[in-house]
Design a protein. Structure first.
Length: 729
C-alpha cells in the first residue's frame, strides 16, 4: 500500500500520518520494508532482509572492494570531506538530474553517457544543479560509470511548487516534480498560514545536508489542490512561466488604441479591396495570419498577411521586455498563457473580421509547378472579409456540410483555388525531400470543474494543410531575401541529425524488416522521406515514424542561415506568428527598418547585431520550456482521465519497448506502460537489436506496432503516468 492508503485504513490523524511515515522510513533503513517506484510499501522477506542488513554492515566493501584506502575515501565522500584524496580521480562539470528514489545522474558535455550517482554520494545536490562530479568507478561488466558529487557550482532551482502537509508546529512541502526526492521543511512562521493540501510555491532558504532536510518558506498559495485549475496553475508555476503581467505592462497596453489611426496608414499599401479570410481553430481569438488568393492564367497571386504587432510593441518598451521574457504563448489543457496582454493579442493586433488592421504582407506570384517567380514584402492595411474555421473549410472542400456551403457560397471558388495551390506547393516541397511527420495531436475535453472527461485524437486535414503550406512558403521567401542580402536576422534552424543516431535507426529498421540500403554516411532529407514512404501501410508505421522523428535534432533559433533539414529548405525563418512568438515580432522590426531605409541610415544594423544572439537563445529556451509544460499538462490530464476508467479494457498498439516493459498507445493517443514484472506467464528478455521482449520459455514476443489488449491497472496524476496489464485471451 501507499502511505496515504495505510493512513486512511488506520484512520490516522495528520500528525499520526507523519509519525507513520517516519516509522516506515526507519523500517526501510533497517531493511525490513521496501518501497516500489509507485510509492507502495511491502514487507521484505527474510532472505532479502538479511541481505539488506549485510549490505548496510559492509556497504564500503560492496561498493569499493579495492582496499582500505578506497573505503577511507568513500567515508570522506559521504561526510562531504573533499580533500586531496580526490585529486587523482577523473572529474567533470555537469548538470545533476534527480530521481524520485534519491539517486541521480550527471549529464556532461565531455561524456556521451551520463554518470550514475548513488544516493549516498549525491551530497546536497538537487535536480538541475550545476555540479562537479568525480568518477569513482569506470564502466565495466555491463555496469555504467559511477560518481560522487563533490561540489555545487550553481543551484538550478531556488523555488519549488508542491503540496503542503501541515503539522502542529511545522509543515512539509512535497514537490510536484518527482525528481526532487527530498521534502522541504517549512517552519510554522514561514508557512503564511496555508492549509493542509494546498498547492504552494516555496522559496528554498537552506539546501540542507546529508542528514537534514532542505528548508524553505511559502511565498505563494495557489489554492486547494482540489480546486478547478489549480493543477495546471501548479505546472505553470513549476516551469517558471510568467502568468500575470506587471502593472506597468498592462498600463502600456491600455494606452494602445483599439482601432487603426489615420497616421499609421501613411506609406502603407492599401489591400482592403482584396477578398481576404482567416482560417483558424474554432476557439482561437488571436488571429495573426490572413490569406488572399487569385489566379491569372497559370499564375497564382498568393497574399500572406501577418499582423503588424511591431507597430504597437516598440523595441525596448515594457511590453517588449515582457514579451521577450515570455518568448512564446503557452497552450495548456485549460488555458493559454499569452505572450502579449489580451487587449493586444485579441484586440488591435488580431485580424478580426470586418476591421481594418495593419499588416506585413508577403505577396507571392507562383507558377503551376509551385515555383515562386516573384514576390513583394510590404507594409499594408487589410480588412478580413470572413473569419473561417478549419472545420468549416474542410467540410466545404469535402462537400459534407450543405449549410456551410450555402453560408459561404461567395468564398467557395477561392477555397478550391487554395486547395489546388496547396497541393502544388506540397508536391513541390515533397519533390525536394521535405519530411512530413503527420502524427495526430491530442484534444482533451474538460468539464466545468476542470476535470478531463474525454481525450480525442486531433488530426491534420485539408484546411490545416492549406494554412501550413502557405505559411511555410512565406517563411521561406522572407528568410531567403534577408539571408542573401546578409542583413542581421533571426532564422529557424534545423541541423542535420547525428550520424551515430542515424546508424542506430537504420539498424533498427533493418531488424524490423525494412529494406534500407543507406549505411555509414550522412543521411539526406530525401532518404528519410523515402524510408517513411517505404513503411507506409505497415502495422508499426506510426511507431517507426516516431523513432525516426526522435533521431532528428531539435529545431532552434539562430542568427546564422544554415537551413532547415526537416523541410529540406536552404532558407527558413518564423515570420507568420508575431502575436505568439517573439522571433517573429523581432524580425518584423528588422523588415520594417529595412523597408524604410533605417538599417543603414540610422545605424540599426549595429543595434541588431548586438542583440539578436541573445534574442535567439532566449527564444529557443522559452520554446523548450513551453513545449515541456504543454507535455506535462497533457500527461496530467490524460492520467486523470484514465483514473476514471480503472479496470476497463482497450485495444492498443505497442509504441515502445524497453528492458522494463513496453508502452501501449490507445486510439485516443493515451500511452501507458506494461511493466515486464506483470507479465506472469514467462520470464522476458529485452533484445536491443530488434526492440523486442521475448519470453524465455513460451517464446512469446512483444514488438513495436503489435496490437495488444490491455486493462487499465493504475493512473497516477502525481507522476502523470498510466499503467496497463496485458489481457490474455
Amino acid at each position: 500500500m501507499r502511505l496515504r492508503e495505510m493512513a486512511s485504513l488506520l484512520g490516522l490523524s495528520k500528525e499520526e500520518k507523519r509519525e507513520l511515515w517516519q516509522v516506515l522510513d526507519e523500517l526501510e533503513q533497517e531493511g525490513k520494508a521496501q518501497q516500489d517506484k509507485k510509492g507502495r510499501y511491502s514487507k521484505v522477506s527474510g532472505k532479502k532482509k538479511k541481505n539488506k542488513i549485510r549490505e548496510k554492515d559492509s556497504k564500503a566493501v560492496k561498493e569499493w572492494n579495492s582496499g582500505k584506502e578506497k573505503n577511507r575515501v568513500k567515508k570522506r565522500l559521504t561526510e562531504n570531506h573533499f580533500q586531496e584524496d580526490l585529486a587523482d580521480m577523473p572529474r567533470y562539470e555537469g548538470t545533476f538530474i534527480g530521481h524520485n528514489k534519491g539517486f541521480g545522474f550527471v549529464e556532461t558535455e565531455e561524456l556521451e553517457e551520463d554518470i550514475y550517482i548513488p544516493e549516498e554520494n549525491t551530497g546536497t545536490a538537487m535536480h538541475q544543479d550545476r555540479v562537479v562530479v568525480v568518477v569513482t568507478r569506470e564502466p565495466e561488466d555491463g555496469k555504467r560509470r559511477e560518481g560522487a558529487v563533490v561540489k555545487i557550482l550553481e543551484r538550478g532551482t531556488i523555488q519549488i511548487v508542491g503540496t503542503y502537509q501541515n503539522n502542529r508546529d511545522y509543515g512539509f512541502v512535497l514537490s510536484d516534480n518527482p525528481r526532487f526526492s527530498k521534502d522541504i521543511f517549512i517552519p510554522k512562521k514561514d508557512s503564511k498560514g496555508v492549509r493542509d493540501g494546498d498547492k504552494v510555491v516555496v522559496q528554498i532558504t537552506d539546501y540542507g545536508t546529508k542528514n537534514k532536510s532542505p528548508e524553505g518558506k511559502v511565498i505563494e498559495d495557489l489554492g486547494s489542490m482540489k480546486a478547478p485549475g489549480t493543477d495546471i496553475l501548479a505546472i505553470v508555476k513549476s516551469f517558471g512561466i510568467p502568468s500575470e503581467f506587471p502593472d506597468k505592462v498592462l498600463r502600456q497596453a491600455e494606452r494602445v488604441p483599439d482601432h487603426v489611426l489615420d497616421a499609421d496608414r501613411d506609406g502603407r499599401l492599401d489591400l482592403t479591396h482584396l477578398l481576404t479570410v482567416t482560417i483558424d481553430g474554432e476557439d482561437a481569438k488571436d488571429l495573426d495570419d490572413a490569406i488572399s488568393l487569385t489566379k491569372e492564367g497559370d499564375i497564382y497571386h498568393l497574399g500572406v498577411h501577418i499582423a503588424d504587432v511591431s507597430n504597437y510593441v516598440q523595441g525596448g518598451s515594457a511590453l517588449d521586455r515582457e514579451a521577450l521574457k515570455r518568448g512564446t504563448s503557452v497552450y495548456l489543457a485549460d488555458r493559454v498563457v499569452p505572450m502579449l496582454p489580451v487587449r493586444l493579442s485579441n484586440g488591435i493586433c488580431s485580424l478580426n473580421q470586418g476591421q481594418d488592421r495593419l499588416t506585413l504582407s508577403c505577396l507571392m506570384d507562383i507558377d503551376s509547378s509551385g515555383k515562386r517567380i516573384s514576390y513583394q514584402i510590404a507594409e499594408t492595411v487589410i480588412r478580413v472579409d470572413e473569419r473561417m474555421s478549419y472545420t468549416d473549410v474542410k467540410n466545404i472542400l469535402e462537400d459534407t456540410d450543405p449549410q456551410a456551403k450555402e453560408r459561404y457560397a461567395s468564398l467557395i471558388p477561392m477555397f478550391f483555388l487554395m486547395k489546388e495551390l496547396s497541393g502544388i506547393i506540397r508536391e513541390s516541397r515533397h519533390h525536394r525531400g521535405s519530411i512530413d511527420f503527420d502524427f495526430p495531436e491530442s484534444k482533451i475535453i474538460l468539464n466545468a470543474a476542470g476535470r478531463a472527461i474525454d481525450v480525442k485524437p486531433y488530426e491534420a486535414n485539408v484546411a490545416t494543410r492549406i494554412i501550413e503550406d502557405f505559411m511555410l512558403m512565406a517563411n521561406e521567401t522572407v528568410a531567403e531575401e534577408y539571408c542573401k542580402e546578409g542583413k542581421p536576422f533571426v532564422y529557424r534552424t534545423h541541423d542535420n541529425p547525428d550520424p551515430e543516431k542515424v546508424e542506430s535507426l537504420l539498424t533498427l529498421l533493418r531488424n524490423q524488416g525494412v529494406a534500407v540500403q543507406k549505411m555509414g554516411q550522412e543521411i539526406t532529407p530525401k532518404e528519410i522521406q523515402q524510408i517513411l514512404e517505404q513503411i507506409q501501410g505497415l502495422e508499426n508505421e506510426p511507431q517507426i515514424s516516431r523513432l525516426t522523428l526522435r533521431t532528428m535534432k531539435q529545431a532552434r533559433y539562430t542568427t546564422q542561415c544554415s537551413g532547415h533539414f526537416g523541410l529540406a529548405a536552404k532558407y527558413y525563418c518564423h515570420f507568420t506568428s508575431p502575436i505568439r512568438r517573439y522571433p517573429d515580432l523581432q524580425i518584423h522590426r528588422i523588415i520594417k527598418d529595412n523597408l524604410r531605409g533605417r538599417l543603414i541610415r540610422e545605424g540599426r544594423t549595429e543595434h541588431y547585431q548586438e542583440i539578436l544572439e541573445d534574442v535567439a537563445q532566449q527564444s529557443s529556451a522559452c520554446e523548450r520550456r513551453a513545449d515541456e509544460a504543454e507535455r506535462e499538462s497533457d500527461k496530467l490530464k490524460k492520467a486523470e482521465y484514465m483514473s476514471y476508467h480503472l479496470g476497463e479494457e482497450y485495444e492498443g498498439i505497442i509504441s515502445g519497448v524497453t528492458g522494463w516493459g513496453f508502452y501501449v498507445e490507445l486510439p485516443n493517443t493515451v500511452e501507458g506502460l506494461v511493466h515486464v514484472n506483470t507479465l506472469r506467464d514467462d520470464y522476458y528478455t529485452f533484445d536491443k537489436e530488434t526492440y523486442e521482449l521475448r519470453g524465455d520459455m513460451t517464446r512469446k514476443v512483444y514488438r513495436l506496432g503489435q496490437k495488444v489488449k490491455v486493462r487499465v491497472a493504475d493512473a497516477d496524476t502525481f507522476l502523470k503516468t498510466v499503467d496497463f496489464t496485458v489481457v490474455h485471451p
